[in-house]
Design a protein around this ligand. Structure first.
Ligand SMILES: *Cc1c(COP(=O)(O)O)cnc(C)c1O
Length: 373
C-alpha cells in the first residue's frame, strides 16, 4: 500500500527572482471561482474582456491578440512556428539565454538562422543588426525587449527601419517587460510579440499572451505548409478565439480567470504609474546594493528596473548565500545563467513584488549575509 501524502502546505515566500513573482491575493481568489465550460456564454464574455485588456497591455490595436495555453516559451514557439516555414531566413539577436532560445526554436522550424551575437549584459544597437544582415533579405528579425537572464533593457528605437531594410517582419520577446515597463507594439512597428503571465503581470505561470500585426496575420493565413505544431497552430486556434468558437483544445479556464484579474489590476493601476513604480523601486534597490559595496552588471542606461543583475562579491558562495536568504528571510532571488552562472545574482522586483517594503527586506537580507561571520 502506498502512503497518501498530506494536503499541500506550501511555505510563504517573497519571490524576488526572475519569475514567477508574488501573486496578488485577488488573482488567487479569481482562480478559485467556479470552473465554467469553455463554450459557456459567461466564459466567452471573460475571453472577450481579456483579449481587449491584452491589447492595452501590448500597446496595440491588433485583432489577433490572445493568450496561448502554456508558459512564455509557448508564446515564443507560437511566433516562430507560425511565421517561419522550412528554408526561411531569420535574423536573431543573441545576448542572453532567451535570445539563444529563440535562435534554437527558429532552427527547429527549419529556418536558416543568422545570429547577431552581442555581449551578455549589454544591449544591441540597430547597427549591430545592420552589420549582421550584410545587405541580405530575411523573413523575420527577432530580439528580446527585457533580457531576464542579464537584466538588460533593449531599446526598440531604429529596429523597425533595420527590419524594413532587410524585408523582414519584426518580432519581440516581452515576457518580462509586459505589465512592468512600457510595451508599445504599434508605435514601435512590431509585427509579432509574445509575453508571459508570471513576471510583471504577477499571475501564476501558465499563459502566454501573443499579438500579431495584420501583416503578420496575413503571412500566417497564406502559408503553403501546415504549421508543424498542431497545438500552437494559430490558423486552428483563431477559430476558437475568433468568431466561430470552434473547439480546438480545452481552454485553461481558471488560469484565464487569473490573467483576467491580473490584467485588470495592471490597467486599474495605470501602465505609466506602474512603470514609474518599477523604476522607483528598482533604483532604490540598486542604490542600496551599491551602498553595500555591490556592483551592477549592466551600464546604467541599459538597466531593467524589474530585474537587477548584480556581481556576487569575492568570497561569497552563491548557493550558500541564496539558501541563507530563503531560509532566514523567506526571500527567493535568482542565480546567474550561462557565463553569469555562479558570479551573478538576479533580483526581481516584478509586479506586485515591486514595493519599498520588499526593497528594504532584500537589502536587510543581503547586508546580513555580507556580515563577517
Ligand atoms: C521567463 C522568460 C521566458 C520564458 O518563459 P517561461 O514562462 O519560462 O516559459 C522567455 N523570455 C524571457 C525574456 C523570459 O524572461
Amino acid at each position: 500500500m502506498s502512503k497518501i501524502p498530506p494536503p499541500l502546505n506550501p511555505p510563504r515566500r517573497t519571490l524576488l527572482g526572475p519569475g514567477p513573482s508574488d501573486v496578488a491575493p485577488s488573482v488567487l481568489l479569481a482562480m478559485a471561482q467556479p470552473t465554467l465550460g469553455h463554450l459557456d456564454p459567461a466564459f466567452l464574455l471573460v475571453m472577450d474582456e481579456l483579449a481587449l485588456m491584452l491589447r492595452q497591455l501590448f500597446g496595440t490595436k491588433n485583432e489577433c491578440t490572445l493568450p496561448m495555453s502554456g508558459t512564455g516559451s509557448a508564446g515564443m514557439e507560437t511566433v516562430f512556428v507560425n511565421l517561419l516555414q522550412p528554408g526561411d531566413r531569420a535574423l536573431i539577436g543573441v545576448n542572453g539565454v532567451f535570445g539563444m532560445r529563440m535562435a534554437e526554436v527558429a532552427r527547429r522550424c527549419g529556418a536558416e538562422v543568422v545570429e547577431v551575437s552581442g555581449e551578455w549584459g549589454r544591449a544591441f544597437t540597430p547597427d549591430d543588426f545592420t552589420r549582421a544582415a550584410a545587405g541580405q533579405k530575411f523573413k523575420l528579425m527577432a530580439l528580446v525587449h527585457a533580457e531576464t537572464s542579464t537584466g538588460v533593457l533593449q531599446s526598440m528605437d531604429g529596429m523597425r527601419d533595420v527590419a524594413d531594410a532587410c524585408g523582414a517582419l519584426l518580432a519581440m520577446d516581452c515576457v518580462t517587460s509586459i505589465g512592468g515597463i512600457a510595451v508599445q507594439v504599434d508605435q514601435w512597428g512590431i509585427d509579432a510579440a509574445y509575453a508571459g503571465s508570471q513576471k510583471c503581470l504577477s499571475c501564476p505561470p501558465g499563459l502566454a499572451p501573443v499579438t500579431f500585426s495584420p501583416r503578420a496575420a496575413d503571412v500566417i493565413r497564406a502559408r503553403k505548409t501546415a504549421v508543424q505544431s498542431w497545438y500552437l497552430d494559430l490558423n486552428l486556434i483563431l477559430s476558437y478565439w475568433g468568431g466561430e468558437r470552434a473547439y480546438h483544445h480545452t481552454a485553461p479556464i481558471n488560469m484565464l480567470y487569473a490573467l483576467h484579474e491580473a490584467s485588470r489590476l495592471a490597467l486599474e493601476e495605470g501602465l505609466p504609474e506602474r512603470e514609474k513604480r518599477h523604476f522607483k523601486n528598482g533604483r532604490a534597490l540598486v542604490a542600496g546594493l551599491e551602498n553595500l559595496g555591490l556592483q551592477h552588471r549592466v551600464p546604467e542606461s541599459e538597466r531593467l528596473p524589474q530585474l537587477t543583475a548584480i556581481a556576487i562579491p569575492e568570497g561569497i558562495d552563491d548557493g550558500t548565500a541564496r539558501s541563507f536568504l530563503l531560509n532566514e528571510f523567506g526571500i527567493e532571488i535568482g542565480g546567474g545563467l550561462g557565463p553569469m552562472k555562479g558570479n551573478t545574482w538576479r533580483i526581481g522586483l516584478m509586479g506586485a513584488a515591486s514595493t519599498p517594503a520588499n526593497v528594504a527586506l532584500c537589502l536587510a537580507g543581503i547586508s546580513k549575509l555580507l556580515e563577517p561571520r
